[in-house]
Design a protein around this ligand. Structure first.
Ligand code: ZN
Ligand code: CU
Length: 487
């Protein structure tokens, strides 16, 4: 019986972290049917000595809305990403109240669905190119229950939030996320988060958090996350681990030491990082107009700015200088323009050395944190994250081995986020596969020109179908919606 596709002449990096080996790999239907000796295939692919690995998992995405708007997901597929975790930083497209919108909702805005089942059905109707698993976000849950109010929830409001988290988990969400730096999440005290995370924890889910503080109070914020994990019974996952601002650079070492101590004491903690020195997000969320932080503003670039598209891709100080404004005034002009709440910024706040420290940690996964607003000039991480790790940090700098990088992008996240039957090149596993050239793979997206697909990714299979080949997106639409622990 011939297989559908057989790969010959490849080096398999199977995702487990073990060394690359020569083998043939056969795919039949949606699954891998042979690794080693493989039967002939209806299609035979000569890998020309390239690496065949499991498809990459982007553990930190904001693509909830993108799955409906851009089902081809070309910015991720072109990186070799075959699955991702949406609903991060407390911002998720579920639960939803159709017709209701929230200020700068990076999860996707107005939609017809109300819950995870409805959202997944809407995604599948678009025939998405890649797989999607989902966290339920605190900001969304809180926003629905009590708006953007700066107070503790009443008993009935907390009950509604708990029920929303529980329902999402029962429908297959992989966990609960927070964005404690953002409104309205930041209005919550620790005990509220514990009560909600417990709904995820009792169902085996994860607590994924954008910490309350990533700067001067990073360590306190990590302590809070660990406490929430212990009290709620959740496994903890710290998102885009970083120390923001020059006076905090280097602190990721202390933060990782804190996490290692917790792990040694029996707590289950993982993390993710993106390989760039700039963060990005909705600008209004970072600014207090009564007390503008000009040291911060000096390092800000505009990504999306609907009222002034000519400012996109430019640094704030340059814009201010051109228009004869103070930096203060420039921030005010940007944010108080009619569509100021839609402005996304890029801020250069991270130390290059901290990225390397992060990447050396064995529990560190890779998450793009890309924001799929294609109107402007999004942070290049949307297009470049995985190839940048493989090209820059593995090949050029030798920060981690190729096998280890692949493990962090495949089996580790699949195990962590309950993506059953994925993340390894093994018989019986789903055929989410990437064929890439380790000597060539590299990101080409830049801050100036971010919407550029990487090089060196030769072929991507999603659930056994060829989704990308020789730089061409096939449009086959073989992505699935993944429920926690369901193969
Ligand atoms: Zn975040
Ligand atoms: Cu994020």
């Amino acid at each position: 019986m011939p297989a559908d596709i057989t790969f010959r002449n490849v080096r398999v990096i199977d995702g487990s972290g073990s060394p690359a080996f020569a083998a043939d790999v056969a795919v039949e239907g949606r699954r891998i049917v042979a690794v080693g000796e493989a039967p002939g295939g209806r299609r035979e692919v000569d890998g020309r000595g390239m690496v065949l690995s499991p498809g990459f998992v982007d553990v930190h995405s904001h693509d909830d809305g993108a799955f409906v708007r851009y089902p081809g997901m070309q910015f991720k597929l072109a990186q070799g990403v075959t699955s991702e975790i949406s609903g991060n930083c407390g911002s998720s497209a579920i639960p939803n109240d159709p017709g209701r919108t929230f200020p700068n909702d990076i999860a996707g805005g107005a939609a017809e669905w109300t819950d995870l089942d409805g959202y997944f059905a809407a995604c599948m109707a678009q025939r998405p190119a890649i797989n999607n698993a989902m966290l339920v976000g605190h900001n969304r849950v809180r926003g629905l229950a009590m708006g953007y109010e700066d107070r503790a929830p009443a008993a009935a409001e907390l009950a509604r939030m708990r029920a929303d988290v529980a329902r999402a988990m029962e429908q297959g969400a992989v966990g609960f996320s927070t964005g404690l730096i953002y409104q309205p999440g930041r209005f919550a005290e620790t005990d509220e988060i514990v009560a909600l995370a417990r709904e995820a924890g009792v169902r085996g889910g994860i607590y994924a958090t954008h910490l309350r503080n990533e700067a001067d109070k990073l360590l306190e914020a990590v302590e809070e996350a660990l406490l929430i994990g212990r009290e709620s019974g959740c496994k903890v996952h710290i998102s885009h681990h970083k120390a923001a601002g020059p006076r905090n650079w280097g602190k990721v070492g202390e933060s990782l030491a804190l996490i290692d101590r917790a792990a040694a004491a029996g707590q289950d903690v993982t993390l993710d990082v993106y390989p760039y020195t700039a963060g990005s997000g909705p600008m209004w969320q970072y600014v207090n107009l009564d007390r503008i932080d000009t040291a911060w503003a000096a390092n800000v670039m505009l990504a999306t700015c609907p009222d002034h598209t000519e400012w996109e891709g430019r640094m704030l100080p340059a814009i201010a200088e051109e228009l004869g404004w103070s930096l203060d005034e420039a921030v005010r002009q940007v944010l108080t323009s009619p569509r100021g709440k839609e402005v996304l910024c890029i801020h250069f706040i991270i130390d290059e050395k901290d990225i390397e420290t992060n990447l050396r940690h064995p529990q560190m996964m890779i998450g793009s944190d890309g924001i799929p607003d294609l109107r402007g000039r999004p942070h290049p991480r949307l297009y470049g994250t995985m190839p940048r790790v493989l090209g820059e940090y593995v090949r050029e700098r030798g920060v981690l081995s190729l096998e280890e990088a692949v493990r962090r992008m495949t089996s580790l996240p699949c195990e962590r986020f309950g993506l059953a039957g994925r993340g390894l090149v093994r018989e019986g596993y789903y055929a989410d596969l990437v064929l890439f050239d380790p000597a060539m793979v590299r990101d080409t997206a830049t801050y100036e020109d971010p919407q550029q697909e990487p090089e060196g990714i030769a072929m991507v299979l999603v659930n056994g179908e060829v989704a990308l080949e020789a730089g061409r997106h096939t449009g086959v639409g073989s992505g699935r919606m993944l429920r926690y622990g369901v193969a």
